[in-house]
Ligand binder design. Structure first.
Ligand SMILES: Nc1nc2c(c(=O)[nH]1)N[C@H]1C(S)=C(S)[C@@H](COP(=O)(O)O)O[C@H]1N2
Ligand SMILES: [Mo]
Length: 219
């Protein structure tokens, strides 16, 4: 890890990704049917797992861990690590698609299903959006119907081991059918909301919806 990656915002990387959005980099102008085509347009399969973030990789130890699910809910939750791990656990296998072009197949995850959390927190009838807040200050947003899917999890393990710090451990979001910038690492708070609030990349030229098969890279 470089000095820069250890703890200062990577301003050049952020500026370059904003340039990509302005230039429409990697756009093929095609779409694909998710049901029959595994590799979304413009993507390339990799076997390693690249690290992408703003450059600040907080160390969230189990004793510092806290997860709030709040906002437009009837029953706000505030969990410590033991409380999170005591929730029903699920294993899943899914692919990851990053807007910088890499796709990684068949990742084995363990964690708590989004639907478990929603069933406990009980979004109000007006709730339509979810805003994720992370320990490094990163935010990202999805619609509630995108979060409320059977393949969406807050994960703590990858390939049978705790998710390493650089990949967002101890707990990160995983929304496999959207570009990976929607999957917040080091998640601190899941805010259920009535109105939408675009996050870090969504306010810097990246698509609000972010479906890889529709090539929704940029706005
Ligand atoms: N908290 C936080 N989550 C984040 C980011 C970040 O900078 N901070 N970067 C996003 C982006 S742009 C990508 S591509 C993925 C990368 O996850 P990885 O480093 O585990 O591959 O995390 C997403 N989640
Ligand atoms: Mo990304």
């Amino acid at each position: 890890m470089t000095e820069e990656a250890a703890g200062r915002p990577r301003e050049k990387l952020i500026a370059r990704k904003q340039d990509w959005a302005r230039e429409g980099r990697l756009l093929t102008g095609t779409t694909a049917d998710r049901e029959t085509v595994r590799l979304p347009p413009g993507q390339r399969e990799v076997s390693d797992w690249p690290v992408l973030d703003l450059g600040i990789q907080p160390e969230v130890t189990a004793d510092k861990f806290r997860l709030d699910i709040d906002g437009a809910v009837a029953n706000p939750l505030s969990l410590d690590f033991a409380g999170f791990m005591a929730l029903p656990q699920t294993e899943s296998v899914s692919d990851m698609h990053c807007v910088t072009q890499w796709t990684r197949y068949d990742n084995h995850w363990q964690g708590v299903a989004a639907r478990e959390l929603l069933a406990r927190a009980q979004p109000t009838p007006q709730a339509r959006h979810v805003i994720f807040h992370a320990h490094d200050g990163y935010t990202t947003n999805v619609r509630l119907d995108q979060f409320d899917q059977p393949d969406v999890f807050l994960v703590h393990s990858w390939e049978g081991k705790p998710i390493p710090r650089q990949h967002g451990g101890p707990v990160r979001v995983l929304i496999p059918r959207l570009y990976l910038w929607k999957s917040a690492k080091w998640v601190r708070r899941v805010e259920i909301a009535v109105g939408d609030r675009p996050g870090f990349w969504e306010t810097r030229g990246y698509n609000n919806n972010a479906d890889p098969w529709l090539e929704e890279r940029y706005s």
